[in-house]
Design a protein around this ligand. Structure first.
Ligand code: PMP
Length: 409
């Protein structure tokens, strides 16, 4: 089969498997749909040749440990490589004991939740929020307290108010969950001032911060004053024991590898390790990724992805503005995978009409869990740019405009 034909067959399979992000059930599209709902790396940039060489090497090595359970915090060469990479990039410690390898960052969040939460404990979550984490913590019995956020991240004043109120009410406050770098769904990055305020609050109330760094490497800064000075990685000083970060290679490399990590002080890692029930990770996948780091290819790959996603973001952003700039508001994100587009009328109607006209977006209400959010992030659509062919972006902008015009009738 030709590479293109193979790719499009497998893309169809991926699209059909995105149950969480279903299209409107009662709407039939008038033409083939442009998928703007998918937050996974474009298949065009998968480093398959390099992976094939590494896979061959792993097979040749015939190391029995590749074919066995992988107990403990994870393969040391990969933890060492992660520590060196994050230390160079974000000034974290380069001690591998600060890293534990997990089954994606969702595996990391699940492990954290199971280690830390008792039913009824309060978890603060910024909203709009990433629904996967919300569902996970809810399933573990947490009481979710939603904290407003805007284009500069979580509202730390609102958080302080709620911390004070719930402390006086005698509640057990477990942690704050935030996506400091390039939120899913809004693309927002926590501002420097709010970073300082959040860390101060965390120290004042001895409140743990869980920083979901799934997109943290994908910043669009190209200026010499790099983000590591203005925007230190929230978990940089994990030795304070108050910030735990979770991350992933899903967004920079490939979602199917299922490799993520927890960055935290060894004190926490020990606790999480005790909760580990699965007998380690897929060791073949771990060795593939480890080999990719060891060859120096990972850092180069991420640089290439950043540039590529920046180009994609600007092209989708420009297409949206070109066709419906008089009707929508959208802030250019500084990194990550998503445009958070404010539409001028009921967003569910726009979402449905857009699907009919041939674009699959995600309605803002999906990032508003059913319980407790003080105000729903209505009137927004999330458009994801990392996956869909760039050639379709202009047409997507045109269809979005047509959908808004129809929805406003
Ligand atoms: N956190 C955030 C913010 C995400 O957007 C995602 C994936 N959409 C995840 C965690 C989970 O990713 P994975 O388990 O593939 O690492």
């Amino acid at each position: 089969m030709q590479r293109e034909a193979r790719l499009s067959a497998s893309l169809t399979a991926i699209l059909n498997d995105m149950g969480d992000w279903d299209p409107p059930p009662d709407v039939s599209p008038e033409q083939p749909v442009i998928p703007l709902h998918i937050g996974i790396p474009t298949p065009d940039l998968l480093p398959l040749d390099a992976m094939q060489d590494i896979a061959n090497q792993v097979l040749q090595d015939r190391d029995p440990s590749t074919w066995a359970y992988g107990f403990g915090p994870g393969y040391l060469p990969l933890r060492t490589a992660l520590a060196a990479h994050w230390s160079a990039k974000f000034g974290t410690t380069n001690d591998p004991d600060y890293f534990q390898i997990t089954q994606g960052s969702s595996g990391a969040l699940d492990m954290l939740g199971r280690s830390l939460l008792n039913p009824g404990d309060v978890v603060f979550m910024e909203y709009p929020c990433y629904m996967g984490t919300y569902r996970n913590f809810r399933a573990l019995g947490a009481q979710i307290e939603f904290i407003r956020s805007d284009s500069s991240g979580i509202d730390v004043d609102h958080l302080r108010e709620r911390v004070l109120a719930l402390t006086s009410a005698g509640q057990v406050l477990k942690f704050v969950y935030t996506i400091a770098e390039f939120s899913n769904p809004t693309g927002a990055r926590l501002s420097s001032a709010k970073r300082r305020a959040l860390l101060e609050l965390s120290s004042e109330f001895d409140l743990l911060v869980i920083d979901d760094a799934a997109y943290a490497e994908l910043d669009f800064d190209t200026a010499p004053s790099s983000p590591s000075t203005d925007y230190p990685f929230l978990g940089r000083d994990a030795s304070s024991h108050r910030v735990i970060s979770v991350g992933s290679l899903s967004k920079t490399l490939a979602t199917g590898l299922r490799i993520g990590w927890i960055h935290a002080s060894p004190k926490w890692q020990q606790l999480f390790g005790q909760m580990r029930f699965a007998m380690g990770l897929n060791q073949f996948s771990v060795r593939l990724v480890s080999g990719f780091f060891a060859s120096g290819a990972y850092a180069r790959h991420v640089d290439q992805m950043k540039q590529h996603y920046y180009d994609r973001m600007t092209q989708l952003h420009d297409a949206v503005l070109k066709h419906c700039g008089d009707k929508v508001r959208v802030i250019e994100p500084l990194g990550g995978f998503y445009l958070w587009v404010q539409v001028p009328t009921d967003h569910v109607t726009v979402w449905k009409t857009a699907y009919k006209k041939g674009i699959h977006a995600i309605p803002g209400r999906n990032f508003r869990p059913e319980l407790g959010a003080p105000e729903p992030p209505k009137d927004y659509l999330r458009l994801a740019y990392p996956f869909t062919p760039i050639a379709d972006f202009d047409e997507a902008g045109r269809r979005l405009n047509a959908a808004i015009v129809d929805a406003m009738k």
